[in-house]
Design a protein around this ligand. Structure first.
Ligand SMILES: [Zn+2]
Length: 255
């Protein structure tokens, strides 16, 4: 695999946290999953997914068997996982937290927001899948809460990377979505009304705002400013292509 097929966050890299946001490049899956598909729930051969996953994990220095993923049900459940969960799928979760060295947490998306978090002081990492439902339910806040409650993490110590996602330029949402955010005080700032009576929503900004409100310093939140819809050469996009693959966001603690 060409290292250029993966994207990295500068803040996590500086802290020595193994991680990656994958693109669609560098894998073995055929169209329409070409080529670095990591999604289980699509009509790609699971052997392709396994090969793609192993290549990525090796590229970031993680044993391919030491991998755990969330089933992703568009909820706000963040599970604490341990070495015993390796090679498994955490049912009912959209986020995972671990303090186990060498265990890779992986979430998958094709437009939804992947969020990676690390606390270098307490030696704990987290990965979150935040679509519009999970973001409305505050899953990023939930991750900060689990880190605090279970690992004594302080929000001001967290490093956060918000990965490629569909951006406001291509993410139109309707009234039921707008309504679901009614209790968030910043809703009208982050939903831009459009000429069709709907809204353009910036889900990366939603997650960044939630994390800042939780006490994570803005300077410690890095946003990878890519719109998945805009770059068919680089990213899968469900809204653009429907039948397509899934990118991964992966994080681990070094051994
Ligand atoms: Zn766009």
């Amino acid at each position: 695999m060409n290292p250029l097929d993966l994207l990295f966050a500068e803040n996590l890299r500086r802290a020595g946290i193994p991680h990656a946001f994958t693109t669609r490049r560098g894998g073995v899956s055929p169209p329409p999953f070409d080529s670095l598909n990591l999604g289980r729930g699509v009509h790609d051969d699971s052997a392709n997914v396994a090969r793609n996953r192993a290549a990525i994990l090796r590229a970031i220095g993680i044993d391919p068997s030491r991998h755990v993923e969330a089933s992703q049900v568009h909820g706000a459940t963040v599970a604490v996982v341990t070495a015993r969960d390796a090679a498994g799928v955490i049912e009912g979760a959209d986020g995972m937290v671990t303090s186990a060295p060498g265990l890779a947490l992986a979430i998958h998306a094709a437009d939804c927001v992947p969020v990676l978090l690390a606390d270098p002081r307490r030696r704990v990492v987290a990965a979150v899948h935040a679509g519009w439902r999970g973001s409305a339910a505050g899953i990023a806040l939930e991750a900060v809460g689990v880190l605090a409650d279970r690992f004594e993490s302080r929000a001001e110590d967290l490093l956060v990377a918000i990965g490629p996602a569909i951006k406001a330029c291509h993410y139109e949402v309707d009234e039921p979505v707008f309504d679901r955010y009614r209790d968030w005080p910043w809703r009208d700032e982050l939903f831009a009304p459009n000429a069709r009576g709907r809204w353009q929503l910036d889900l990366q900004a939603v997650n960044r705002r939630q994390l800042m409100d939780a006490g994570v310093p803005a300077a410690q939140i890095e946003v990878l400013e890519h719109c998945t819809f805009d770059r068919p050469d680089l990213f899968f996009s469900y809204r653009r292509d429907r039948e397509t693959g899934r990118m991964g966001a992966i994080i681990a603690l070094s051994d």
